[in-house]
Design a binder for this molecule. Structure first.
Ligand code: NAD
Ligand code: TDX
Length: 356
């Protein structure tokens, strides 16, 4: 069985491969990744020489390269993680998001359609698993949760391109009978996350006593999911999910951003001997993100009820593990904080007005 995993050098994709390459010796995993800014080959060191794994250094926008790979190593399952994934980058430069998230997804669907169809039907056992986000549903007010039936209402260019890719996947199901599954998960955190996202950015800034840039008043709410729980859920959907269905994945773990940052100050103080007061004083309120969604919350009852999946990690233990991972993996951190990373920090934060 050939399993194509796109974006396997990124945060969630690498955690997926680290779990399933050793666990599934009979599956042959091809990691299709263009090795962009968020990729870190160090994440994949433990499996780099595994007999059932290889890296294909390919941009999913390059259809000819995907076609050559499909002839050489035809996919049975495609697990599609590859994306431009950072909301702030989509605000400053949306084009790359349309290219990778919409056109790249389209290219993979075309590969599946061309190679999986025998006449009008699809060869048995093929599955296109599309990894998506709760951001396609837009923002919630103070109450309620997103279900699989919630209306699509994306706010950022990132969210709009993920919504478009979800629609394309469903359209291929309806029009061509392509067997697909979609998972929409809430905010992930954990080891190997590129330090542009809230939690790893705050951890590294705390370790270096740099200001902690909090957008607006820090009152926006995110619903946090430990990456290993997410990976576990994707494995369960691949194994037991139904074609043509989507599943929301979340851990019922809503927190205000300000409370997440305060918790990180406490944990980093405990591990480094710094005083909590010194770390809390680094909090800096800055100009808000345009179109900033107020609140996300996932109703994960469908995947729990139908497939028996449940998250295992509590937010407190997950945050603790995450902080320890960044402290213990300086080589990984140094490898991603190149000149391009520093340019991003300047582009996104240099222009933001301080509110206090
Ligand atoms: P990431 O930015 O850490 O990794 C993305 C990976 O995709 C990188 O390795 C990158 O090199 C690769 N990639 C980007 N463009 C590519 C292209 N054109 N061709 C080939 N490879 C390309 O992202 P992540 O946080 O691991 O997210 C993975 C997926 O999960 C995305 O589809 C994202 O929308 C979705 N998701 C993420 C979260 C989250 O909180 N991080 C939550 C829900 C859903
Ligand atoms: O410096 C910051 N300060 C700040 O206050 C950053 C980077 C973020 N924030 C706020 C914005 C959000 O309310 O923290 C919250 C989380 O921000 P991000 O880490 O950028 O995540 P978010 O915008 O919620 O999107 C994430 O979750 C859904 C992922 O980046 C997406 O890929 C995923 O689909």
């Amino acid at each position: 069985m050939n399993v194509w995993v796109t974006g396997g050098a990124g945060f969630i994709g690498s955690n997926f491969l680290l779990r399933f390459v050793p666990e599934r010796p009979n599956w042959y995993f091809v990691n299709i990744d263009k090795l962009g800014y968020a990729a870190n080959p160090l994440s994949l060191e433990p499996i780099a020489n595994a007999p059932n794994y290889r890296l294909a250094h390919i941009d999913i926008c390059d259809f000819e390269a995907l076609e050559r790979l499909a002839v050489e190593c035809p996919p049975d399952i495609i697990v599609h993680f590859a994306a431009e994934s950072h909301v702030d980058r989509s605000i400053l430069g949306p084009r790359a998001f349309v290219q990778t998230n919409v056109e790249g997804t389209f290219n993979l669907l075309e590969i599946a359609r061309r190679h999986w169809m025998r006449g009008r039907s699809v060869v048995d056992g093929r599955v296109f698993h599309h990894v998506s986000t709760d951001e396609v549903f837009g923002s919630l007010g103070p109450t309620g949760r997103f279900s699989e039936e919630s209306r699509y209402d994306p706010s950022s260019p990132y969210a709009a391109t993920k919504a478009a890719s979800d629609h394309l996947v469903r359209a291929y199901g309806k029009t061509y009978g392509l067997p697909f599954r979609i998972t929409n998960s809430s905010n992930n955190y954990g080891p190997r996350q590129f330090p542009e996202k809230l939690i790893p950015l705050m951890i590294l800034n705390l370790l270096e006593r740099k200001p902690l840039p909090i957008y607006g008043r820090g009152l926006n709410v995110r619903d946090w999911l430990y990456v290993e729980d997410h990976v576990d859920a994707i494995g369960v959907v691949i194994e037991k999910g139904r074609n043509g269905e989507s599943y929301n994945i979340g851990a019922h773990c809503e927190r205000r951003n300000i409370d997440v940052v305060d918790a990180l100050c406490q944990i980093v103080a405990k591990h480094t001997g710094a005083s909590v007061e010194e770390l809390l004083a680094l909090k800096t309120f800055v100009e808000d993100r345009p179109g900033h969604d107020l609140r996300y919350a996932i109703d994960a009852s469908k995947i729990q009820r139908e497939l028996g999946w449940r998250p295992k990690e509590s937010f407190e233990s997950g945050l603790e593990k995450t902080v320890r991972w960044y402290i213990e993996n300086r080589r990984w951190v140094d490898a991603v904080r190149s000149g391009a990373y520093l340019e991003w920090i300047e582009a996104n934060y240099g222009r933001r007005k301080r509110l206090s």
